[in-house]
Design a protein around this ligand. Sequence first.
Ligand code: SAM
Length: 237
Amino acid sequence: MNKEEFVEELKKLKIEINETQLNQLDVYANFLLEYNKHTNLTAIKEKKLVYLKHFYDSLVLTPYIKPDQKILDIGTGAGFPGCVLAILNPKTYFTLLDSNNKKIKFLEELIKKLDLKNVELINIRAEEYVKKNLENFDLVTSRAVADLRILTELSLPALKIGGLFVPLKANITDELEASKETIEILGGQLETIEKYLLPYEKSQRTLLIIRHTRQTSLNYPRSYDKILKKALKNNNK
Ligand code: SAM
């Protein structure tokens, strides 16, 4: 997907992008590919695939992003989806979190280059950060980080009541089935499952819309070890 095709595909999603933002994405793609030659950030090596698999895929979240909101991207890596969304939504505040110091270093340089004022970078494990930032965000997202059950425990406690947890996933059926109790126990409610195909290569993607409807017990999130080992069951409440 070249730049012109990218703009055309965004139009189909009714996403507006201006010249400044297009230039910022171009700088982003070049810097990512350059940096990737010495530091492993992404398996993608071609610019047209950066536009398709990183930029377009990140921007499908656009309809859920509103001005003045606080958004948390857990395991942002090289900024997907959070940094791409921050470029197109300059009036929304983004916290991009990753435990990998090399990725945060890359993002520090990137946001300086792009002069982004609406991005905060946090180099810490999600479970530690969320424990100290309960009910703080309007929306939490995450792409390609962990199984839905694990992500749910990392994300729901960080959301204000009424906020949305919107993970980007490939195929979700089994993961969703295994996460239903966790979502319920942590005070979430699944509202929508949005399926779409990436243009050109037509691979399946899923956006889940899960609302934080009631307060999560202060026992969560647990340590990562415990989250991994013990799935939440209703009789553990
Ligand atoms: N979201 C990006 C994307 O879609 O390209 C990066 C995906 S990468 C496969 C997973 C990232 O999640 C890594 O950068 C890793 O360091 C981070 N990660 C995994 N578990 C984490 C945790 N518990 N806390 C913070 N970061 C985590």
